[in-house]
Design a protein around this ligand. Structure first.
Ligand code: C5P
Length: 318
């Protein structure tokens, strides 16, 4: 299947033989996340709108005699660097798929919080695919990379493409969404992460016995994106996992309230949380909201970001 962002978007800068490859990849937020029934494979059917924002991780792949991973930044020391790490799993998957030896020295510079609902792990997996693809000059098409990405996690295909996209299936089936202009966000980062399976399980528990409608994205949200109307977008933000995340982490309700009192156009827990995002009217308004959130101390840190931004891209040679 050829996707609209397929070949045209493949960026393979002319790198010297065995030159290091540096890839930048954004965090994502979900502007809309509707969770359907639990499927027999353990995943939930979704209708979600992904939006890539300007918080970035960087993955650099250098030639090596074996496959190694080092990291610095957010969560260094707490994130396991063994074969369970999504970066190494991505590199190995690509090597097996293309019949190449999995030889690379990979370094991860992390800014996206771990287990924050911002798809940090998925972003790193997507970046590793793009970096090793360029390092090993595999010649794979973007849609082949997207297929490998889907095998690594539901959000990984979106981290490859970025922008704003509708996700269906378990989130891995993407359709681009027309979004006009730039939106300004404030991201409140909580102390510690939340386990995605635990949040989905809590969502199932909270709505046990209640009929679950077929997931679909509200027309109002699509219209707001099409016209670039930040007020309408703020009113249309929605996340079915929000109650579950707040149930597991009650202080999130206070964070949500603080941003609303600071005049955010809309607010919601991002993905499975615990990061909370607020939509601002302008970059200046985003500063006001960030200051209000910092002052209350309801979160570990506050970042400002804009979206949409591009997905995993080669940005340099080392
Ligand atoms: O696909 P990924 O590995 O990121 O998913 C992590 C977990 O989140 C899954 O094992 C599942 O428990 C839950 N999940 C889900 N439905 C989805 C996506 C994720 O239940 N559509």
């Amino acid at each position: 299947m050829t996707e609209p962002w397929d070949e045209a978007e493949i960026e393979r800068p002319r790198l010297g033989r065995a030159a290091p490859v540096r890839v930048r990849v954004p965090a994502k937020i979900n502007l809309h996340l509707q969770v359907g029934d639990l499927r027999p494979d353990g995943y939930h059917e979704l209708a979600t709108v992904y939006h890539a924002v300007s918080l970035f991780d960087e993955v650099t792949a250098r030639p090596g005699d074996t496959l190694t991973l080092t990291m610095e930044g957010e969560g260094a020391g707490s994130l396991s660097l063994d074969e369970s790490n999504l970066v190494l799993r991505a590199a190995r998957l690509l090597a097996v798929h293309t019949g190449r030896p999995a030889h690379a020295r990979i370094h991860l510079r992390k800014h996206i919080p771990i287990a924050g609902g911002l798809a940090g792990g998925s972003a790193d997996a997507a970046a590793a695919l793009v970096a090793c693809d360029a390092l090993w000059q595999t010649g794979l098409s973007r849609s082949e990379l997207a297929e490998l990405a889907a095998g690594l996690g539901s959000d990984v295909p979106f981290s490859l493409v970025g922008g704003t996209a509708l996700g269906t299936g378990r989130g891995e089936v993407l359709t681009p969404v027309l979004a006009r202009g730039r939106f300004h966000w404030v991201v409140a980062i909580a102390d510690g992460g939340l386990s995605t399976p635990a949040v989905y399980a809590e969502c199932d528990r909270l709505r046990d016995g209640i009929p679950v409608p077929e997931p679909r994205v509200a027309d109002a949200l699509m219209a707001a994106l099409r016209t670039g109307d930040a007020d309408a977008l703020g009113a249309a933000l929605h996340n079915d996992l929000q109650d579950a995340a707040c149930s597991l982490r009650p202080p999130l309700r206070e964070t949500l309230q603080t941003g609303a009192q600071a005049g955010a156009l809309g607010s919601l827990v991002s993905g499975s949380g615990p990061s909370v995002v607020f939509l601002a009217r302008s970059p200046e308004h985003a500063i006001d909201i960030a200051v209000a959130l910092s002052a209350t101390g309801t979160c570990r840190s506050v970042r400002r970001a804009h979206g949409p931004v591009a997905g995993a891209r080669v940005v340099g040679d080392g």
